[in-house]
Write a protein that binds this ligand. Structure first.
Ligand code: SF4
Length: 114
């Protein structure tokens, strides 16, 4: 399974993270979720190691919140914004729970990734 890209390690940040169906699987999605979740988990694990183990991360592709992004330590919700030329581009709103130092540091890392 690991060779196919399905990690069997379910502890820590990786085990606590979830993404909704997102693009291209859900017609409501405004942004991809699963590739973004994979990228963020990889980056946070590299940067923070086991310090990120207690963090929950949820990513939804729209406000319907099937992955409950608003209740996670770090939540992303797919949306759109405009670039400097006025073109519509994918974006994410970031939700951060207050008062957890590692979450603050990790959230800063997420903002840097996006
Ligand atoms: S949160 Fe939105 S995009 Fe994600 S599965 Fe639910 S309805 Fe679809």
């Amino acid at each position: 399974m690991t060779e196919l890209g399905f990690a069997l390690e379910t502890r820590g940040l990786r085990g606590r993270s979830v993404a909704c169906s997102g693009q291209p699987y859900c017609r409501f999605a405004q942004a991809p979720t699963k590739p973004m979740l994979h990228m963020i988990v990889e980056r946070l694990e590299q940067r923070f190691g086991h310090r990120a183990d207690g963090i929950t991360l949820s990513i939804d592709g729209c406000p319907h919140a099937c992955a409950f992004h608003s209740t996670a330590d770090i939540g992303l919700q797919g949306t759109h914004t405009r670039d400097e030329f006025g073109a519509r581009i994918e974006a994410y709103d970031i939700y951060i729970r207050k008062g957890i130092d590692d979450v603050k540091a990790a959230a800063a890392g997420v903002a840097g990734i996006l």
